[in-house]
Design a protein around this ligand. Sequence first.
Ligand code: CUA
Length: 379
Amino acid sequence: MYKRIKSIIWVGVMFSLLLFAMACNSDSPQSTFDPHGPIAELQKNLFMFTFWIAVVVFIIVEGGIIYLTFKYRKKDDNLPVQTHGNLKLEITWTIIPAIIVVIIAIPTVIAIWETQVMPEEEDSLVIEAVGHQWWFEFKYPTEEIVTANELHLPEDKDIIVKIGSQDVLHSFWIPKIAGKVDMVPNHQNQLYIKADEPGLYYGQCAEFCGIVHAMMRFRVIVHTQEDYQNWLDEMRTPPAKLTSGSDEDEGRKLFVGNCSMCHTYDSYKKGAYTKEVTSQYNRWEEWKNDKENSAIVSAPNLTHFGNRITLAAGIKENNLENLIKWIENPDEIKIGTRMKNHASIYRDGNELSNEQINQIAKYLLSLKPSQESSATYNK
Ligand code: CUA
């Protein structure tokens, strides 16, 4: 029996150490131990500060317990001297924790202040992030750009993310750039973020929001200031004209006929922003009114989809093979999508042929800002 308990404890300790080592690996894409922005840095430093104080307390308390256990273990049948109450000790172990709490509270309050007080909106980039089951919508109201599942940010710029949700509770989280904030329907939260190094980062919904919560992800692309301007220009540049009769052009016709009620694909046009905001609202209202039979529902904007790194909200690499699989049967990749439940192409008698799916996929991948045409969007 004793041997068995010993081996259980041993396995438990090893397993905990393994988990601990995995959690602290700062190379993993969602590790908060490798911050890439001042907010994440501040949060990490606060955590480490509190962590080391806790380590010292742990060592002193546990060390004391182990020391006293051995020093005063039962040696004979005589009762030790019985005492009750020790004023000095009582006061000491009340005051010490109080001092520790104050020491931790000071940097905590400073950090709360620094992260919760928003910078001036005029000097910042304001972005709206909207949670949907199970994808992210990103709107840039001043720039009049709307996109999905991939958030583009300029480096070294104060950014205010206005956070909401269209359906249920979600949570917006870019581990390497800033802590998480809940996405609440009918209520706007704000998050101040700043990224100080160009690169690709991972984002994740961090609040249980339904069957595929774990597959609700996004990517963050941090650009240099100049590249960010290029990205804005590109988002306002139409894709190249398709050759009539090509697979892509056939795909375009199929897409317009079957998918474009929910997925906007031409937000590079002037005035498209307001139109998309209204459309997304109307799609949502329509769906809410008849959740069983509605043929439309709010859906990711697919403008310049060919430039996206991932599909299905950060789940699969965006390439022809994966895209075909996704259109064929979204449930195989991500169960429960509203697309599968509502798009007419998944209803009996309405299915697309393999060739048609292939054409739609080729069309979607062709959606990229054209090299030839310069930016046509000018305010
Ligand atoms: Cu959205 Cu979890």
